[in-house]
Design a protein around this ligand. Structure first.
Ligand code: 2DT
Length: 211
């Protein structure tokens, strides 16, 4: 029997291609959930505010070069340096996370000579998401939403490989959602899913990623 224990929060990750609306939807979810009085916090990876995050940010902005293996490990280190957030989960706060280790693997393994298993290795053992909400958008629909930005990976061909890699990473905790709808309709759909995930996670122990 459980006495006087707080139910844990859920770890909910958003992944998806460029222009899928991940960031917009994560922000809207945080607002709605907080309005309902739920304890919810947002995180995003890379977290560009830390020392490691600043190196990653310069790399993405093309103001410095970092060897491909080395930068992959920095992205992973940037998640490990946040892993104390597990305490927040255990104390009942739900985390809505904009990108996670799946982006790490999908992007690096889109480069020449990178094996998916090698890419997964450094993130093994991180907190495993209760759900990965994968927002999909056809290349045609994505194109209507605007052009790519100037950062390192924002190129059509590379993004195509990234999408193929995401497909290979799908596990049973993934929920694939078609993002080709209005911001509000998508938000409504995602609110329902997030509430269900929060409910279901309460009684389950937090697991470890890829173990
Ligand atoms: P945004 O800040 O716009 O989401 O773009 N990336 C991300 C990696 O290559 N490896 C990772 O581990 C993560 C989390 C995806 C960040 C860019 O960095 C890529 C796009």
């Amino acid at each position: 029997t459980r006495t006087m224990t707080t139910n844990r929060g859920a770890l909910i990750v958003f992944e998806g291609c460029d222009h899928s609306g991940k960031t917009t939807q994560c922000n809207k979810l945080i607002s709605s959930m907080n309005e309902k009085g739920l304890s919810v916090k947002s995180m995003r990876f890379p977290d560009r505010t830390t020392t490691i995050g600043q190196m990653i940010s310069s790399y993405l902005g093309n103001t410095c070069e970092i060897e491909d293996h080395a930068v992959h490990l920095l992205f992973s280190a940037n998640r490990w340096e946040m892993s104390e957030h597990e305490k927040l989960l255990q104390s009942g706060t739900t985390l809505i996370v904009d990108r996670y280790a799946y982006s790490g693997v999908a992007f690096t393994s889109a480069k020449q000579g990178f094996d998916m298993q090698w890419c997964k290795q450094p993130d093994i053992g991180l907190p495993k998401p209760d759900a990965v909400i994968y927002l999909t958008l056809s290349p045609e629909a994505a194109e209507k939403r605007g052009t790519f930005g100037k950062e390192r990976y924002e190129k059509k061909e590379f993004q195509q490989k990234v999408s193929e890699n995401f497909e290979k990473l799908k596990e049973d905790n993934w929920k694939v959602i078609d993002a080709d709808k209005s911001v509000d309709d998508l938000h409504t759909e995602l609110c329902d899913i997030v509430c269900e995930v929060i409910d279901a996670a309460q009684d389950k122990p937090l697991e470890q990623l890829w173990v």
